[in-house]
Design a binder for this molecule. Structure first.
Ligand SMILES: *[C@@H]1O[C@H](CO)[C@@H](O)[C@H](O)[C@H]1NC(C)=O
Ligand SMILES: *[C@@H]1O[C@H](CO)[C@@H](O)[C@H](O)[C@H]1NC(C)=O
Length: 308
């Protein structure tokens, strides 16, 4: 019994050892994460590890074509013969491969990434002696764009009892930014948004507004990497007392007053001249034609009929 158990155990150990040896002979290429995210303009490193092998001939990074079914695009390659690195034309000056054959790493470096670099990348190892290993792995690169400074606007009339909308939008941003409004009173103290206000896609709807609605409104546009703000100063006026019509009314009143004043002065002057002329005529028993030329259409105004 002891003998058979021992031989079985021995067989099992031998089997395990053999499979173990067999497994390590297969190449394994691995990119640790499936997705790499990076802000536009930054430099990125996508790591790739592989099982060190003396028979390895080359390592390369390729990327998906712009159009489906076209051949994939070469980014960089490393060739063990002569330890040569090749950066392909499309990536000249901004891509590199960092190879360590002993450690088994072949990291892809990309500089100043743009939105066009958002695609899948594949790390591939060529090992003519390896027939069963996994010789490549893939990962996606996602280039994020910070939200641009949003534009804040007031849509509608900022007058009592009106319904208005405060809008907020960033031209740029990947992923698409979300917007949030905050309100401050005229003393810049934070306060909750009005009860009936509703927020959607960056637009804040304010209904039946009043003086209490006046204040500062700040919109924050946020996505995964950053946020940016814009600021609206809202002044809600009573309906008819807006600046333009007030100025118009005051202007009109002043104009009429000046016109009436001129006529009154003119009349007084005429009357005085006529009276002087009459006095003169009476004194010297002679009449002049001057009195006829100067007449006052408002001679009934008492101010003008006073003697002076
Ligand atoms: C708007 O608010 C005023 C008081 O501020 C109220 O008298 C009026 O009924 C409101 N109008 C509507 C349509 O809710
Ligand atoms: C918004 O603008 C007002 C007036 O220009 C200013 O007092 C306030 O501090 C601003 N708030 C922010 C957060 O920019």
């Amino acid at each position: 019994v002891t003998f058979t158990l021992r031989s079985q155990l021995c067989f099992l150990v031998t089997f395990l050892c053999l499979t173990g040896v067999h497994m390590t002979s297969g190449m394994t290429v691995n990119i640790p994460d499936k997705v790499y995210k990076i802000a536009r303009g930054d430099n990125v490193v996508i790591p790739c590890t592989f099982t060190p092998s003396a028979t390895l001939s080359s390592i390369s990074w390729t990327t998906d074509p712009d159009v489906k079914d076209e051949p994939e695009i070469n980014v960089v390659g490393y060739f063990t013969t002569g330890s040569k690195t090749k950066v392909y034309n499309k990536y000249k000056g901004r891509a590199n491969i960092e190879v360590d054959l002993q450690k088994g790493t072949a990291n892809l470096q990309l500089q100043s990434v743009t939105s066009a670099d958002t695609r899948d990348y594949e790390c591939k190892v060529q090992d003519p002696d390896d027939e069963e290993g996994r010789l490549s792995d893939k990962a996606s690169l996602v280039v994020l764009v910070a939200p641009s400074q949003p534009i804040c606007n007031v849509v509608g009339k900022a007058e009592y009892f009106q319904n208005i909308e405060l809008t907020c939008r960033s031209e740029e941003g990947t992923p698409t930014p979300t917007y949030k409004w905050q309100s401050y009173n005229v003393n810049n103290v934070p306060r909750p948004l009005p009860l009936k206000a509703s927020e959607q896609n960056g637009a804040l709807s304010l209904v039946n507004i009043s003086m209490d609605t006046s204040g500062y409104y700040i919109c924050t546009s946020t996505n995964e990497i950053r946020s940016a703000k814009c600021n609206v100063t809202l002044r809600v006026d009573p309906p008819s007392l807006n600046m333009a019509s007030t100025a118009g009314i005051i202007g009109g009143v002043v104009g009429v007053a000046v016109f009436v004043g001129i006529i009154i002065c003119c009349c007084c002057y005429c009357r005085r001249r006529r009276e002087k002329a009459e006095e003169y005529a009476m004194r010297y028993m002679r009449n002049t034609s001057r009195t006829a030329r100067c007449g006052c259409p408002l001679s009934f105004i008492p101010l003008c009929s006073q003697d002076s």
